[in-house]
Design a protein around this ligand. Structure first.
Ligand SMILES: [Zn+2]
Length: 91
């Protein structure tokens, strides 16, 4: 194989890689678009507010929902961490 043959082969391989790269980028765009749609769907369905409602119910039942004491009984006392968590919506 001559040097120019090798160069040609190398160029072809480069071209193939570039095309593959372009396809991958297009695929990524597609997936990003899908992801965006799914996220919009999730927020529309209010998944977050539903789970906050459940956490609020657990707190009302007398258990901690804060990071510090999650699932432990509150023993009748309010917990500032739980209340802050509920107030800020866990964000
Ligand atoms: Zn707590």
């Amino acid at each position: 194989m001559t040097l120019s043959d090798e160069m040609k082969l190398w160029q072809e391989q480069m071209q193939a890689l570039l095309e593959q790269g372009e396809k991958l980028i297009a695929r990524m765009d597609e997936l990003e678009q899908q992801n965006k749609l799914l996220q919009e769907q999730v927020s529309r369905e209010g998944l977050h507010s539903r789970s906050m409602q459940e956490l609020s119910a657990i707190y009302d039942d007398g258990y901690h929902i804060c990071h510090a004491g999650f699932g432990r009984p509150r023993e009748g006392e309010d917990c500032i961490f739980c209340l802050t968590f509920l107030h800020t919506g866990g964000r």
